[in-house]
Write a protein that binds this ligand. Structure first.
Ligand SMILES: Cc1cc2nc3c(=O)[nH]c(=O)nc-3n(C[C@H](O)[C@H](O)[C@H](O)COP(=O)(O)OP(=O)(O)OC[C@H]3O[C@@H](n4cnc5c(N)ncnc54)[C@H](O)[C@@H]3O)c2cc1C
Length: 415
């Protein structure tokens, strides 16, 4: 017998950090929610697993921060390369001074199960949103393959949190502008005796087996267990694609770090793309909005997107409570919240795609006064840990640059 259609206030497509956070917030706003994911949990997601204070702040709003930080806490970035080693502790800010890291298999399952426990949330795993049926720009029905069966869902609102490739978002007209900067990256896990080191390590000078400088950076993020997440990434544009094989580079980076970190062989090597800096068009329609990676909500300067995914979920649910005209309101709200900082970050990241830049700037930035003063400030900018209310010198320079760029930059930003 065919299943009846399902009517629901909010259908959420994708149960990564953005989708599960959206389900939690929508349920607490009194909505009935159906949260679906093509996978079943626990499932892996290719990621560095790093959580900056911005992510921890968002976990507080989900009442999950303690569960994450009680397992492991880190205290900032530790940058290496070009003859310097610079510690940049998380700065004093409204985001707090705690970071963490958790394998995405565990983190996403924690968020998903938490969403599932909220009153008003129904969940389907192994449920892929296939196609939207639109009438006058509104999604009237969504066809979902759940297990072996086709189900019809009739939602009032659809939040699309289906990740970097956003196959469902593309059916709604999403366009990704790869002439803007984007990331390519690979990660693996290694067993180590140093998995409780309290810093997120980043190597800004990356060399291949022959010692040739590579256009990328490496990271080692301890997980507070007997493992680290090790990875490497590079920034790319359609005009200047990064000419590296990230998986191969990851293996030679791991070999270089093996002795110092007492690393066992790398496991679960995987690579993926990162959409960045809001370089997406068509992020909303009459009754739908894109969230998280689907809307390229990833910081171009450090590749973090877990925090922006969860933030965008909260903002979208708040917006639904204020207006039904989300087609115009959602891109406007994203531009107000992130537009200036993402535009500036995109510009700076673009400079990093020039092969001449890092070899020239790296030694100045990492040694002597550069290391003591410049890099801690840079780490704060890279993490987007400056708020509108910050008034110190670094914050003023950053705000001034953002405002000036806003007047001259007309590249696509959630247009
Ligand atoms: C190598 C790498 C390292 C990174 N390191 C970090 C880091 O250290 N810190 C950080 O903050 N960010 C990092 N990021 C970015 C981060 O992984 C993403 O920004 C984040 O996962 C975005 O969350 P999301 O919920 O938008 O999407 P996702 O986590 O990708 O979740 C999307 C979900 O949608 C589901 N889905 C897809 N299509 C459908 C469909 N049609 N129907 C139903 N379900 C569907 C998928 O199964 C998936 O579960 C990294 C990214 C990469 C590639």
């Amino acid at each position: 017998m065919a299943h009846p259609d399902v009517a629901v206030d909010v259908l959420i497509v994708g149960a990564g950090p953005a989708g599960s956070a959206a389900a939690y917030h929508a349920a607490h706003a009194g909505q009935s929610v159906l949260l679906i994911d093509a996978a079943s949990f626990p499932r892996d997601k290719t990621c560095g697993d790093g959580l900056t204070p911005r992510a921890i702040k968002e976990l507080h709003s989900l009442h999950l921060a303690h569960q994450v930080t009680s397992r492991y806490r880190n205290q900032g970035l530790f940058l290496h390369g070009y003859g310097g080693d610079v510690q940049a502790p998380w700065p004093e800010s409204t985001f707090g001074r705690l970071g963490s890291a958790m394998k995405r298999r565990d983190f996403d399952t924690l968020l998903f199960r938490h969403a599932q426990q909220q009153d008003g949330v129904d969940t389907w795993e192994n449920a892929e949103a296939l196609s939207p049926q639109l009438y006058a720009g509104r999604i009237e029905q969504v066809e979902v393959r759940h297990g072996g069966e086709i189900r019809m869902v009739r939602p009032r609102m659809v939040l699309v949190a289906d990740g970097v490739r956003s196959s469902f978002g593309r059916k709604l007209g999403r366009q990704w502008h790869r002439e803007q900067v984007y990331g390519i990256a690979a990660r693996a896990y290694c067993t180590t005796a140093r998995g409780d080191d309290p810093w997120m390590h980043s190597h800004v000078e990356l060399r291949d087996e022959q010692g040739h400088l590579q256009p990328g950076y490496g990271w080692i993020f301890p997980l507070g267990s007997d493992e680290v997440n090790i990875g490497c990434g590079a920034l790319s544009t359609a005009a200047r694609p990064a000419q590296i094989n990230t998986k191969k580079l990851l293996l030679s980076y791991a070999a270089q770090q093996r002795e110092h970190w007492q690393l066992e062989p790398s496991r679960e090597i995987a690579s993926a793309l990162l959409p960045m800096g809001g370089a997406i068009s068509s992020v909303a329609g009459a009754n739908w909005m894109l969230l998280g990676d689907a809307a390229a909500l990833v910081n171009p300067l450090n590749g973090e997107g877990i925090d922006y995914g969860m933030e965008s979920a909260r903002l979208a649910v708040e917006l639904m409570g204020h207006t039904s005209r989300v087609r115009e309101a959602w891109p406007r709200l994203l531009r107000e919240h992130y537009g200036e900082s993402f535009r500036l970050a995109r510009r700076l990241a673009r400079v990093l795609t020039y092969p001449q830049f890092l070899p020239a700037a790296g030694p100045v930035a990492m040694r002597g006064i550069g290391g003591r003063v410049l890099m801690p400030a840079a780490a704060r900018l890279m993490g987007n840990l400056i708020t509108d209310s910050d008034r110190d010198l670094v914050a003023r320079v950053w705000h001034g640059a953002q405002r000036s760029l806003g007047w001259v930059d007309d590249t696509p930003l959630w247009d």
